[in-house]
Design a protein. Structure first.
Length: 367
């Protein structure tokens, strides 16, 4: 299998590492990368086991507009015969076609995702998140790629801001393209999940800086709730989607949530035992401009009528079917939350100690 990963954030790098582990021997450079990027050696072992499921990967390419992140991957992988970096932008379809040549699977994780940036730059966010996603799908179809997976967000559901709206449009455009892609042999699906702890732009990186400056931890609203998962879980979910995808569906994990205030308390709990005299206070600064939601939704009411359980995940079958329809049927492996909202009792189940464990597993302590 040949895989192209589009974007070079922490999550995309996790995909790259997972893929490289699938057929290549573990090397010292992998462990060095994890330590440098605030991971630990145990995570390297976890990715090694995970990516065995991806099959025999013979070629991996990473596509990004960030020269520094591509350079980081090159430095860690070395000039490996199986790895190719592509410097480019998802707004450039011809360049995407170059990267898609000979690929079997494309993981599309590139996006402009800051809510407040979208408020000031809506057209730029549309060009990257919507037009860029269409470019990815069209390039993949033109080059005969078998599987395309769009990494989406819970903010696409009942969107109230530019970022969420752009992800909603990207989901729908790619699912419609899938309906016409089966004769070409290309299947296009989406994965959707909540906030990924320690990913690029995560609140943990903000709190790290505030802690090092001995400032109060800032939260937007004490009652605001979010779904949480780790980078490891996100990578596993994408690999799972590649295994079961048929084309046109949205594939979601079962997620749990908490208030942002409880997450901040858990962060303080982690460092109180590590930094002498550390006593984190929490300061509410108000909801950010641009339509930030107080609570997130993973499945809306219409989608809930079609959602099925399948192999431990939730699948929302397409409303518009492809030429070769495979009907999804529930296997009852899990219970689908209803409503699937971050402030529902069914989802709001994280304890402060569970969140502290998640945080501790995702960050490298810097005192």
């Amino acid at each position: 299998m040949n895989i192209l990963v589009i974007a070079c954030g922490c999550l995309a790098i996790g995909f790259c590492l997972g893929v490289m582990f699938s057929t290549k021997q573990k090397s010292d450079c992998i462990s060095r990368f994890f330590m440098k990027d605030q991971r630990d050696a145990e995570r390297a072992e976890a990715y090694w086991e995970l990516a065995k499921r991806a099959g025999d990967v013979t070629r991996l390419a990473a596509f990004a507009r960030s020269e520094s992140r591509l350079a980081e991957l090159i430095n860690e992988f070395g000039h490996h015969e199986a790895f190719r970096p592509f410097l480019g932008d998802v707004r450039d379809e011809p360049r995407l076609r170059d990267a898609c040549v000979g690929m079997d699977t494309v993981i599309h994780a590139a996006a402009l995702k800051r809510v407040d940036d979208g408020a000031y730059n809506p057209l730029e966010m549309h060009k990257t998140n919507v037009i860029g996603s269409i470019n990815v799908a069209n390039a993949a179809r033109a080059e005969g790629v078998k599987n395309v997976v769009l990494v989406s967000s819970d903010k696409a559901v009942s969107a109230t801001n530019t970022y969420g709206g752009s992800k909603y449009q990207a989901e729908n455009c790619l699912r419609e393209l899938n309906a016409h892609s089966a004769p070409r042999g290309t299947r296009i699906s989406c994965v959707r999940y909540g906030n990924v702890l320690a990913s690029t732009g995560s609140v943990l990186t903000i709190w790290d800086r505030q802690r090092q400056r001995n400032e109060a931890l800032t939260v937007t609203d004490d009652t605001m709730t979010r779904f949480w998962m780790t980078i490891d879980d996100a990578v596993k979910h994408v690999f799972k989607a590649i295994e079961i995808m048929r084309g046109g569906e949205i594939i979601l994990p079962v997620m749990r949530s908490s208030t942002i205030h409880l997450l901040a308390r858990a962060y303080g709990h982690v460092f109180k035992g590590l930094v002498e005299g550390y006593d984190s206070s929490i300061r509410s600064i108000g909801v950010r401009p641009g339509g930030e939601k107080r609570h997130e939704v993973l499945i809306n009411e219409d989608e809930a009528t079609r959602a099925v359980a399948q192999e431990g995940v939730i699948v929302i079958p397409p409303a518009v079917h492809s030429w070769t329809e495979d009907e999804w049927k529930t296997d009852n492996t899990i219970s689908i939350p209803s409503p699937y909202r971050s402030n529902s009792k069914e989802c709001l189940t994280y304890t402060i100690y569970e969140l502290a464990e998640l945080i501790a597993s995702q960050i490298k302590v810097s005192i």
